[in-house]
Design a binder for this molecule. Structure first.
Ligand code: DX5
Ligand code: ZN
Length: 225
């Protein structure tokens, strides 16, 4: 029910394959992959070639595949979304304020066989969401301003999570509610109690020596929600 999605943004980029293997061994459910273009956000990270390179590592020791959750912080979106789908993305989310024709972009992603979702920055309202709820598989709420790992969780996100959760429940659809930014063991239960089911965590996991200890700590706190 609860999904923990470590963000490799905070991993050791010189050892990305090994980092993915080790965080999956530590209990990661998904691999969160942050794509920044130095245009939509003031930072530059990884392209489709790197997604393709880590895709073979997105697997458990039993051989089951671990979804590659691609978070596009780019503008425009469509062409890169297709490139990431071809590189092996399982889910692709994008920011609606980065693309003029949101409904079409969702369709572009679905046509590639990927799950699709929208991402809302802290100051961006959920307006418009109800008109595309039938086309999305995931809503991603930013709990920091996108662009960098290691920032502090913005508290107004809790109310936004509650609001998004109500929209999902009213729709009766099976839509995941993911939250990204500043999540750590000490606040993950609050995020879950507000209504989130999927948790991105970068620095909280990769800045610690023992990834499994952090993920286990997160899971034990979620178990009490
Ligand atoms: C920020 C990214 C996040 C980031 C989260 O723009 O979308 O996924 O890696 O990092 P932490 O968990 O360190 O806030
Ligand atoms: Zn992200």
């Amino acid at each position: 029910m609860f999904t923990i999605a470590p963000s490799v943004l905070s991993a050791d980029f010189a050892n990305l394959g090994a980092e993915v293997t080790s965080v999956i061994g530590a209990g990661a459910d998904w691999i969160h992959f942050d794509v920044m273009d130095n245009h939509y956000v003031p930072n530059l990270t990884m392209g489709p070639a790197i997604a393709k390179a880590i895709k073979p590592y997105c697997v458990t020791t039993n051989g089951s595949s671990v979804p590659l959750d691609v978070h596009l912080m780019v503008q425009p979106v469509d062409e890169l979304a297709v490139a990431f789908a071809k590189a092996g993305a399982d889910l692709i989310t994008f920011h609606p304020d980065a693309e003029r024709h949101v409904d079409r972009t969702l369709q572009v992603i679905k046509d590639q066989g990927c799950k699709a979702g929208l991402v809302f920055n802290p100051a961006v309202p959920l307006d418009g969401l109800e008109w595309v709820l039938d086309k999305i598989d995931i809503i991603l709420l930013m709990s920091v301003n996108p662009g960098f790992g290691g920032q502090s969780f913005i508290d107004s996100t809790y109310r936004k999570i509650e609001k998004a959760k109500r929209l999902i429940e009213d729709s009766g659809r099976d839509i995941r509610l993911e939250v990204d930014g500043g999540i750590k063991p000490s606040n993950i239960a609050l995020v879950a109690n507000a209504g989130a089911d999927t948790f991105v965590a970068g620095s909280a996991i990769f800045d610690q020596p023992d990834y499994k200890a952090v993920i286990d700590d997160m899971r034990s706190r979620l178990a009490m929600c």
